[in-house]
Structure formats: structure tokens, C-alpha cells
Write a protein that binds this ligand. Structure first.
Ligand SMILES: NC(=O)c1ccc[n+]([C@@H]2O[C@H](COP(=O)([O-])OP(=O)(O)OC[C@H]3O[C@@H](n4cnc5c(N)ncnc54)[C@H](OP(=O)(O)O)[C@@H]3O)[C@@H](O)[C@H]2O)c1
Length: 327
């Protein structure tokens, strides 16, 4: 496992880290036994950074991570999120009172006195025009409730606006072979300011693992069943917003570029790590075998320039015209 600086925090984190949404909820049922085994596998593979949120399984994901922390001696840095408990996303909802209450809940779930990194959970674009929200976060840092704060965003424009606030340490954004726009302008600016970039949905919700087929089915409580058209939350969070059939076709084209002995999932993750501005990818994993396979991407040799051009060509031809400007 390789490690990269976590922005200006002084910490170094595994370049393949762990996304803990699926072990919380909205991805079908994952048993507590499987979830803990996946988390332990991550730590055994060298992962020292986990992304979660208060709403993943209504605190279940955070509580499982607290359990992991009790069961292992390694230092693990936890990034959680707040804001999705609101019935409707409004700027007013991100008030000092609400933020304080959500943070207290996360502190309890994570059995800790201070949150390592708190991210606003895809707030409305308008929030970035309200500096008082960031002033409140500064106060929560001073009060010792959170060490650092950052944001999780849907759009590149939000990411660019967020890093105008000097104490925003991190930006979490969808970045993968099917979602390349963040690399255009945002990466250079974030790098200049030493802002952490967390590449989320790195496997395009499983599409980029190469295991899905046109007749694959998903259980009722899996967002790949209930959010395919953005029925419950932003459609970009499900298969990266790429049409399922078109995505499958593009995966078959990418498969032709795979170096010998490298799986599709590993290739997709190694592609992300080719971008120096990225701090880490945070793939989700429900079972230890998935986590083990994903973590091995860290130690793979760099992809060749020819391979990178190949992925670019597939993106430009099949994906860019449909989604590039949307997020
Ligand atoms: N708004 C936000 O802030 C936001 C939104 C989305 C995600 N996130 C964060 O980003 C993390 C990653 O994104 P994600 O979980 O949505 O999607 P992802 O990482 O692209 O896909 C994860 C899913 O792919 C499958 N998988 C993983 N590794 C595999 C392997 N080696 N072989 C086969 N299948 C494999 C698993 O599901 P199956 O086995 O069921 O296929 C797994 O749950 C989340 O966990 C969360 O921490 C944040």
C-alpha cells in the first residue's frame, strides 16, 4: 500500500482507502459479520482512512467503524459527513444548531471526542455563497468538536467555489474513468492550495468492476434498483449517472486495455491513482475478497501513456458527449 499526504493536515493516508456507504445501507443487506470482515481486511491491507456519513444506515456505518477501531491497534483516520438528515436541502438547514447536533450524534456513534474530518454532505450550490456556514465550522474546530472540515460535492463548480474558503481541507467528488471532468480545471487549483481530493464512486457503483451484465438484477433496497433515474437522490451517485447499457458497452472497450494479471476493478482504481492531485480513491466493499482485490491496485505499476490515451478515447467517444458538462 502506498500513502499520500492528506492535504495540509500532516496525516498521510492510504491511496486506496475505504468507502463505508455499502456497509451502512442502500446497497442491499450486508451482515454485520461481512461488514466487519471487510473493514478488518481493509486495515490488514494497509488502509488507514475510511469515509462514512451519519446517514449511512442511520449511524450503522459509523458504529461499525467504532467497533473496528476498538478491535484493532492501528491508527485509522475517519471522515464522516453531515447534512443529509435534513428533510429538504436548504442553506438554512446548515445552521450552527443543526451542525452541532449532527456532530454530537456522530461523536457518539464513533465513540470519540473529536471528529477527524467532517464533510458537508452535498449541500445546495447556494451554500457556497454563505460564508457564515464556514465561520460556524471554524468555531466547531476551535471548540474541539472537529479537527478539520471539508465538503462533498456533486458539481465541479461547487468544488471550485468551496476551495475559496481557506479552511476547507478536503473536497470529495466523483472521479473515475466515466467521470473525468474534475481533472480539467479543478485538480490543478486544488493542488495549488494543497486541498485533499477524495475520489468517490471510483468503480461507478460496480459498473467498472466488469462483473455486471445487461440482465444483472439488484434487490429492492439497493440504490442500483431504486435510484437509476435519480428517484431518491442525485442520479450521478448511481452508476456515475452513465446510462447502464452504454456503460456496459464502454466497459467492454476498456477491458481490451487491461494489462495481463490486472482485474477490471484494479485497472479502474489504478487509473485514478495516475492523477497526482488525487489524495485517495475510496472504493466501497461488502466482503473481504473485494477489499483485498481493490487494495492491491495501489502496488500495481503505472499505466502506460498509450493505455491512458486509450481510456481517454473511449471517454471522449462514448461518455463525454452525454455527461461531461452535467456535473
Ligand atoms: N454524496 C456523497 O458524499 C457520496 C456518494 C456516494 C459515495 N460516497 C462515498 O464513496 C464511497 C465509494 O462509492 P460507492 O460505494 O458509491 O461506489 P463504488 O466504490 O464505485 O462501488 C462499490 C461497490 O462495488 C462493488 N465492488 C467493490 N469492489 C468490488 C470488486 N473488487 N469486485 C466486484 N465488485 C466490487 C460492491 O457492491 P456489489 O458487490 O453489491 O456489486 C461495492 O459496494 C462510498 O462508500 C462512500 O463512502 C459518498
Amino acid at each position: 500500500m502506498n500513502y499520500r499526504p492528506l492535504g495540509r493536515t500532516g496525516w498521510r493516508v492510504s491511496d486506496i482507502s475505504f468507502g463505508a456507504w455499502a456497509i451502512g445501507g442502500a446497497w442491499g443487506d450486508v451482515s454485520e459479520k461481512d461488514a466487519l470482515a471487510a473493514l478488518h481486511q481493509a486495515v490488514d491491507s494497509g488502509v488507514n482512512f475510511i469515509d462514512t456519513a451519519d446517514v449511512y444506515g442511520d449511524g450503522r456505518s459509523e458504529r461499525l467503524i467504532a467497533q473496528l477501531r476498538k478491535e484493532c491497534k492501528e491508527e485509522i483516520i475517519i471522515a464522516t459527513k453531515a447534512g443529509r438528515r435534513l428533510p429538504r436541502q436548504t442553506v438554512e438547514g446548515y445552521s450552527r444548531e443543526n451542525l452541532t447536533r449532527w456532530i454530537e450524534d456522530s461523536l457518539r456513534n464513533l465513540s470519540t471526542g473529536t471528529l477527524d474530518l467532517l464533510q458537508l454532505h452535498c449541500p445546495p450550490t447556494e451554500l457556497y455563497y454563505h460564508p457564515e456556514v464556514f465561520a460556524n465550522l471554524d468555531d466547531l474546530v476551535k471548540a474541539g468538536k472537529i479537527r478539520y472540515y471539508g465538503v462533498s460535492v456533486e458539481k465541479v463548480e461547487e468544488a471550485l467555489k468551496a476551495i475559496e474558503f481557506p479552511n476547507v481541507q478536503s473536497v470529495q467528488i466523483i472521479f473515475n474513468c466515466f467521470r473525468q471532468r474534475p481533472a480539467d480545471l479543478f485538480f490543478a487549483q486544488a493542488r495549488q492550495k494543497q486541498v485533499v481530493i477524495l475520489a468517490r464512486v471510483p468503480l461507478a457503483s460496480g459498473l467498472l468492476t466488469g462483473k455486471l451484465r445487461s440482465d444483472s438484477t439488484f434487490v429492492a433496497n439497493d440504490h442500483r434498483n431504486f435510484n437509476r433515474h435519480g428517484e431518491a437522490f442525485d442520479v450521478g451517485e448511481t452508476f456515475s449517472g452513465v446510462d447502464y447499457k452504454l456503460g456496459l458497452e464502454a466497459v467492454e472497450e476498456i477491458r481490451r486495455l487491461l494489462p495481463t494479471g490486472v482485474s477490471m476493478s484494479q485497472f479502474a482504481l489504478r487509473w485514478i491513482l495516475m492523477f497526482d492531485a488525487v489524495t485517495c480513491a475510496i472504493p466501497g466493499g461488502k466482503r473481504p475478497e473485494q477489499v483485498d482485490e481493490n487494495c492491491r491496485a495501489s502496488d500495481l505499476p503505472a499505466l502506460t501513456a498509450e493505455t491512458m490515451v486509450g481510456v481517454q478515447r473511449i471517454y471522449d467517444q462514448s461518455i463525454r458527449p452525454l455527461i461531461h458538462q452535467r456535473w
